[in-house]
Design a binder for this molecule. Structure first.
Ligand SMILES: Cc1ncc(COP(=O)(O)O)c(C=O)c1O
Length: 494
């Protein structure tokens, strides 16, 4: 460095450290702390509120002058690492997310160190990206010839599948002429339990929310196939073009799985695209005890799955698979002259940005690849079965506790229940919401809530390789303790 400065008389800067040995020592500390952090996660609260001085850190203005990396790390350690969302904790069961893993975190670190851009090109990361997509196909029983891409998560994976569906079924070149030129308005179908990301997808695709017909569900919250058939016939008669049916393999409310075989058959008969939102349940295909629940997923035209859920990859990584690889590429590929391929060299590899909306893409594959290599896919399958069995165990505990009420036996890993000491009207909702908030605030467990069959329920989604049955025993004890305590504090209300 000094040679350049001395020779040319200019100061040239870099972000690289002045003293690599310093950085090495600090990095060892960071890794040691990270290992301790994960090892001891069970001993910490699931979640805790941030005090005002911590919140203030995030209101500080742009730093214009430097700090030492050690000081920066200390601040992160104090203000960020101590106040996580909590989803790596064994008693986090809110919404629906995986619990991450150390190997995956190392993968993210190494991916950032290598720094490759997965827009494509001839380099190892590019091949690994395609390999992980191929592994996803193998896990779901999709043909090797199918297309696919890694994306930020399930919402984006669904958008990829639905965009291909729209373009294939539009009857015109939507890419050139836009949705306004589509002769008959397209209709998509999903159950009334469909995830909210599909609404966003329909809006972003220019089709509009109303083009997604919500089909009623049966008592088990699976799409009513007869009602779907009737809706398609009604739409055809009214001049719409039925284009796509979205089956859900694992609904976010209760984990219900649509009859994928029946939907595949119906889609084939009616000439519809068959997309499966498998963000929750597609990976059940690798779980020996429960794989039968998602039979038929391999017949889909496209599937969205989510390695950052049941493969526990650190956020973010989703995957879209499209049976017709040509249709997939035709939906997104654009080759400007500055991204043309060359016969040899760096630009001779595949351009992976041709399979989605992003140009620059992160190296998401490495965290998935490393964890799959380390543990083997079979272990991930067993962990999925373990979570499903734990949900059954929790349901049993709830049924055995007179003050608790189970909404329904779980299909997979989602359990809806409530504290119900014989209350009526709005009281159960108020009481259970308070229980949920206190469980969070006391750092005991993180649950969320939902409405099923018009009633309010607490909701436990066990997508967690750290959860043990003793955690579920504790949950039941704590819910009943809090229920009684809150009722005693507000005798007039409950
Ligand atoms: C059924 C379903 N689809 C889609 C999504 C969206 O996935 P992501 O949060 O990875 O975007 C979720 C998220 O939980 C989901 O449960």
């Amino acid at each position: 460095m000094d040679m350049v400065q001395e020779t040319l008389g200019v100061t040239e800067e870099t972000l690289d450290p002045q003293d690599w040995a310093d950085v090495q020592a600090l990095s060892h500390r960071v890794i040691d702390d990270a290992v301790d952090y994960l090892r001891d996660v069970r001993d910490r609260p699931v979640w805790r509120e941030m005090p005002a001085d911590v919140r203030d850190v995030f209101a500080a203005p742009l730093p214009r002058s430097p700090s030492s990396l050690a000081a920066v790390y200390d601040e992160v350690s104090r203000s960020v690492m101590s106040y996580p969302m909590g989803n790596i904790h064994p008693r986090f069961w809110s919404w629906y997310m995986g619990s991450s893993n150390f190997t995956g975190a190392l993968g993210d670190f190494l991916a950032a160190i290598q720094g490759s851009n997965l827009g494509g090109g001839n380099h190892a990361a590019g091949l690994m990206d395609s390999q992980v997509v191929n592994w996803c196909k193998q896990m779901l029983g999709f043909p090797a010839s199918a297309g696919g891409t890694l994306v930020s998560g399930g919402s984006m994976a669904n958008i990829i599948g639905l965009t291909v569906a729209r373009n294939v079924k539009a009857g015109i070149d939507v890419r050139q002429h836009g949705v306004a030129a589509i002769e008959k308005p397209l209709r998509f179908y999903g159950s009334d339990q469909i995830h909210s990301c599909h609404r966003k997808a329909m809006e972003a695709l220019g089709l509009g929310n109303r083009a997604l017909r919500r089909i009623p569900t049966d008592a088990g919250l699976r799409m009513d196939i007869a009602a779907l058939r009737a809706a398609i016939a009604e739409d055809r008669a009214a001049g719409f073009k039925p284009a796509c049916v979205i089956g859900t393999a694992g609904t976010v409310n209760t984990g219900a799985i649509d009859d994928l075989r029946a939907l595949a058959k119906l889609a084939h008969e009616e000439d519809l695209w068959f997309h499966v939102d498998g963000c929750i349940g597609a990976l059940i295909a690798i779980a020996p005890d429960n794989a039968h629940l998602v039979a038929g997923i391999e017949w889909a035209d496209s599937v969205a799955l989510d390695p950052h859920k049941w493969l526990h990859a650190p956020f973010e990584v989703g995957c879209a698979l499209v049976r017709d690889a040509v249709a997939h590429r035709k939906t997104f590929a654009v080759t400007p002259e500055y991204l043309e391929s060359t016969p040899r060299g760096l630009a001779s590899g595949e351009w992976l940005h041709d399979y989605g909306l992003q140009t620059s893409r992160g190296f998401r594959a490495l965290k998935v690849w490393m964890a799959l290599k380390e543990h083997g896919a079979d272990k991930f399958g067993r962990l999925i079965d373990q979570n499903v069995a734990q949900a059954g165990y929790l349901a049993g505990l709830i049924e055995a506790e007179p003050e608790l009420e189970l909404a329904a036996l779980p299909t997979i890993n989602i359990v809806c229940f409530r504290y119900q000491p014989g209350l009526a009207g709005e009281a159960p909702k108020a009481l259970n919401t308070e229980i949920m908030l206190r469980l969070q605030e006391e750092g005991i467990a993180a649950l969320s809530d939902t409405t099923v069959h018009g009633q309010h329920w607490l909701r436990v989604a066990i997508t967690n390789h750290r959860t043990r049955r003793e955690d579920l025993d504790l949950l039941v004890r704590q819910v009943t303790r809090l229920g009684r305590q809150i009722a005693a504090e507000h005798p007039a209300a409950f």
